[in-house]
Design a protein around this ligand. Structure first.
Ligand code: GRF
Length: 196
């Protein structure tokens, strides 16, 4: 049974989708939900599901990323995860941290990578006038939003879409894509998930 740690910074809707998927014959179970933000709404949702939570607040480290990451690692190593899922985790991780978890860490990004890496993806997709948009799950590597793609979910942008309506529609796709990819990844299968 693979051990999964989930890193969050906010509401954790992707985390909830992942937690709720790990039942029955699923080859993984959650061992920790870890946040950099003591006020992250997702922490309460994890506790309500009986999942161990922890907080490593990044603010006391005042931009000393490696010191913050030492705190993350101390907490993570105690949980002994086989897989780390970044799910709305909003801190940039250093190459050292990423290398230490190479091949075990995945992330969901709200665009069809390699398009629109970084932030504000929905507004940028509208601005660019693309007709297709969606989300991607990828292995985390030292280059931001750049690792091997493990799955994508697509939708057609509606002319009436705003950045907010697009964010809502993509988030719903994320909740389908991330559990599907993580289940395969936990079974050692890297065949790309394509939705629909
Ligand atoms: C989502 O848009 C996700 O793509 C990004 O963070 C946002 C919030 O995710 N990674 P969640 O609701 O906290 O899971």
């Amino acid at each position: 049974m693979k051990r999964v740690a989930i890193l969050i910074s906010g509401g954790g809707s992707n985390m909830v989708a992942l937690l709720d998927s790990m039942t029955g014959d699923h080859p993984a179970r959650p061992v920790l939900v870890l946040s950099n933000n003591v006020d992250a709404g997702g922490l309460e949702k994890a506790r309500a599901r009986g999942v161990k939570t922890a907080v490593v607040d990044h603010r006391p480290f005042k931009g000393d990323r490696s010191a913050f990451e030492q705190g993350l690692n101390k907490t993570l190593q105690a949980a002994k995860p086989d897989i780390i899922c970044l799910a709305g985790f909003m801190r940039i991780l250093t190459a050292d941290f990423i290398d230490a978890w190479a091949g075990q860490m995945i992330n969901i990004h709200p665009s069809l990578l390699p398009k629109f890496k970084g932030l504000n993806t929905h507004a940028r997709a509208l601005e660019a006038g693309v007709t297709e948009h969606g989300c991607s799950v990828h292995e985390v590597t030292a280059t931001l939003d750049d690792g091997p793609i493990l799955g994508q979910a697509r939708l057609l942008i509606d002319p009436a879409d705003t950045a907010d309506s697009l964010a809502d529609r993509v988030l719903r796709l994320e909740h389908q894509l991330y559990p599907a990819v993580m289940r395969r990844f936990a079974a050692g299968d890297k065949t790309e998930v394509c939705l629909p």
